[in-house]
Structure formats: structure tokens, C-alpha cells
Design a binder for this molecule. Sequence first.
Ligand SMILES: Nc1ncnc2c1ncn2[C@@H]1O[C@H](COP(=O)(O)OP(=O)(O)OP(=O)(O)O)[C@@H](O)[C@H]1O
Ligand SMILES: [Mg+2]
Length: 169
Amino acid sequence: MDRIAITGVPGTGKTTVSALLNKDVMNLSDLYEKSADGREEDGTWIIDTEKMATIVANESEDNDMIEGHLSHLLGISKTAIVLRCHPTELKKRLKKRKYNDEKIQENLEAECLGIITNECLEEEIETWEVDTTDTTPEKTAKEIEEIIQGSKIYTIPNIDYSNCIMDLY
Ligand SMILES: Nc1ncnc2c1ncn2[C@@H]1O[C@H](COP(=O)(O)OP(=O)(O)OP(=O)(O)O)[C@@H](O)[C@H]1O
Ligand SMILES: [Mg+2]
């Protein structure tokens, strides 16, 4: 297996679920400082994905999984697992963090529009979606294990939260 990317909008559960997998998982947030060209005014790292990809390739094994919302953009995975979450639930999860309203709105818009899934499809990598809305991290981890082991039947990404977009304004 190549380095499978676990991706998704912030708050969908990448880090929580990764910790439950029976696999070595590289967390991209640990590499932000090393792979950034400085920070934006609001403190967000300006990531150079090529730099990040080189570090990941050097510091992980083929079999490891890569977790983070940029993992599908590094050009080193043939498979991406996109964690999805209904915007109403995602809003609750993001409100628990110190995110400002603008950042919450930005992430909810991204989830409504399925931006990460679309980016994966544009990268032409095998793209799976796993909905984390009404389930537990343990069940989500089990679903991911089934994908990794090849025991889950593939379905084309079809989670569509676009009808929630008007609720954001
Ligand atoms: N099925 C589920 N899978 C994963 N997390 C879930 C699930 N249900 C509820 N949660 C909760 O959602 C939150 C997800 O937060 P987490 O930090 O894992 O997200 P993340 O995708 O890693 O975000 P970020 O991109 O900011 O790192 C946690 O509080 C977790 O307990
Ligand atoms: Mg995380």
C-alpha cells in the first residue's frame, strides 16, 4: 500500500481517528514549521507542499498513512480517504475550538461544497468518503481499517451537503 492520505476539512476527525488505527500515521501538523515559508498575518502557516512532500517521503515508510487536510495534495498518495461531516455537526465541533467566526464559516463552506473530495478527484487518486456525522470515532476507525484491508466495497464519492449552504448566511 502506498502512503494513504487521510484528509478532510478541520474538525471532521482526522487526528482522532488516526490515533485509533492499527497503523503508523504521520501527522502533517507536526511538519508545518519545517515545510512553511513563513506565516500569514493571522498566524496560519504558508505551506510549501513540495517541501512538505519531500519531508514526508524521507521521514515515513510506504506503509504509513499520512493525516492532514493537505495530505491529498502532496503527490505521494494513490489513495485518499476523505472524512466528511454534516455542517450542523461540524459547526458544533469547530465552535468548541478557538476558531473565529470567519474561520468557522470558511470551513463550513468548504464542507458544504465538498471541496476536499473535489480536489482529490482532480488529483486523479482513488477517493473514498467516510461520513463521521452520526457515528463514533471507533466505528469510523473500523470503516477505515476495512478500506485499507480491501474488504469494503468501493463507491464513488456521493456525500452532498450543498443544500446546507444557504443555512450559512
Ligand atoms: N466519528 C467520528 N470520527 C472522528 N471524530 C469524531 C467522530 N465523532 C465525533 N468526533 C469528534 O470530532 C472532533 C474531531 O476533531 P479532530 O481534531 O480529530 O479533527 P481533525 O480533522 O484532525 O481537525 P484538524 O484538521 O483541525 O486537525 C473530536 O472532538 C472527536 O471526538
Ligand atoms: Mg487534526
